[in-house]
Design a protein around this ligand. Structure first.
Ligand code: RFL
Ligand code: PHB
Length: 390
């Protein structure tokens, strides 16, 4: 079998790249280790930047997102028993974000791919990229007891943090940067109306909390927990008690509780691998970098990588120029590092750290206080949150 671009991974990065390529007439195949149902069962991000939403429109899959997504003009930061609004729309000269779950994005992209007739191989075992330092790369995989080989021009490694693409690059060719935070997020989903019209990020002596949503009837809530916390030890009742303690009294009283339909703990990590290209292998999304979720940037960064990679591949096939491909890693990393900085800053400003001490707590408090006295400081937050330009 032969294709132009072999894509490893059918998360948002792989699916979005595949859809844009297919619509531009560039042949591609996606190889995914998991089943389609498994990919759709993963509950992750919820906030889309305008640039990400525009790419989903460009990929021809934006209709349901536009109909069902919730545009948000701002969010609240809660501390000292009060909520303070960050008016994204005013601070950024008219920008907003769209609350629409990653699961729905994935669903829409999979439907779009079916409609266009492009091929995805689910449950592809032992996917291996080969020869990407030559002019004739290929990818092999096992399916139904047989080994298959796909010859291609390029390989896109969109296979997430634990994928094979980054690991296939010679170690000496990659430089990695990492910070592991000493806590995780315990998250639940419940079919109860969200406590506010917008998201609430809370800094509290007991730890960070976040009130988010998937719709006007489905809430997504998180609390900071110790890195070694076990989800089995968190009954719904314990979760609701804890999150209410971390919110301003009036917010806690207004909160509707109910049975959770999902509950899990995610670790928090910052990670970047440089460069994002090795020969004819290109990394995009979580395969190349991880941010802690506090800035809502993970999915949006996957989309911005795809923006640069798709433009570069289109330029290669249509104009026969490798300029875009040659610039890909540098261009993508410039934006990645700004999102890394912002996500690290949001995480540092809003969480309790075991070693921060009373000095660290006072500094954090001064930072939050300053934000709401300085339009310049708040603008820094707002323009990063809505997403820096591509
Ligand atoms: P994904 O979504 O991880 O998709 C990668 C796909 O590659 C497949 N795969 C392989 N396929 C073939 N062969 C192999 N060897 C393979 N290895 C892996 C996987 O099965 C998968 O289908 O990466 P992508 O496309 O780069 O998208 C990135 C986003 O998913 C990610 O940045 C965000 O979801 C991060 N993230 C969050 N971001 C936010 O902005 N807000 C959040 O609330 C949020 N919550 C989360 C998260 C990530 C989590 N992880 C990684 C466990 C919560 C969790 C639990
Ligand atoms: C979510 O809704 O899952 C969500 C929203 C904002 C974040 C992180 C996660 O910063």
């Amino acid at each position: 079998m032969r294709t132009q671009v072999a894509i490893i991974g059918s998360g948002p990065a792989g699916l979005l790249l595949g859809q844009l390529l297919s619509r531009a007439g560039i042949d591609n195949v996606i190889l995914e280790r998991a089943s389609r149902a498994h990919v759709l069962s993963r509950i992750r991000a919820g906030v889309l930047e305008e640039g990400t939403a525009a790419m989903l429109d460009e990929a021809g899959v934006g209709a349901r997102m536009r109909a069902e997504g919730l545009p948000h003009d701002g969010f609240d930061l809660a501390f000292d028993n009060r909520r303070h609004r960050v008016d994204l729309h005013t601070l950024t000269g008219g920008k907003r974000v769209l609350v629409y779950g990653q699961t729905e994005v994935t669903h829409d992209l999979m439907d779009g791919r079916d409609a266009i007739g492009a091929q995805t191989v689910y449950e592809a075992r032992d996917v291996q990229p080969h020869g990407f330092d030559t002019e004739t790369p290929s990818v092999t995989y096992e399916k139904d007891g047989q080994t298959h080989r796909i010859a291609c021009d390029f390989i896109a490694g969109c296979d997430g943090f634990h994928g094979i693409a980054r690991q296939s690059i010679p170690h000496e060719a990659l430089e990695t940067f990492e910070r592991i935070y000493p806590f995780g997020w315990l998250g639940i989903i419940a079919d109860v109306p969200p406590v506010g019209d917008e998201l609430i990020y809370a800094n509290h002596p007991r730890g960070f909390a976040l009130c988010s949503m998937r719709s006007t009837t489905r809430s997504r809530y998180y609390v900071q927990v110790a890195a070694d916390e076990r989800v089995e030890e968190w009954t719904d009742a314990r979760f609701w008690d804890e999150i209410r303690r971390r919110l301003p009294d009036a917010t806690a009283e207004a909160m509707t509780t109910g049975s959770s339909i999902e509950k899990s703990i995610a670790p928090l990590r910052s990670f970047v691998a440089e460069p994002m290209r090795f020969g004819r292998l290109f990394l995009a999304g979580d395969a190349a970098h991880i941010v802690p979720p506090t800035g809502a940037k993970g999915l949006n960064l996957a989309a911005s990588d795809v923006r640069y990679l798709f433009d570069a591949l289109r330029e290669y096939y249509i104009e026969k120029s490798t300029a875009g491909l040659d610039a890909y890693s540098q261009k993508a990393l410039a934006r990645v590092w700004k999102a890394e900085r912002f996500s690290w800053w949001m995480t540092s400003t809003l969480h309790r750290f075991p070693d921060q001490g009373t000095f660290g707590q006072r500094i954090q408090h001064a930072e939050l206080d300053y934000l709401f006295q300085s339009r310049a400081a708040l603008t820094m937050l707002a323009e990063n949150y809505v997403g820096l330009p591509f």
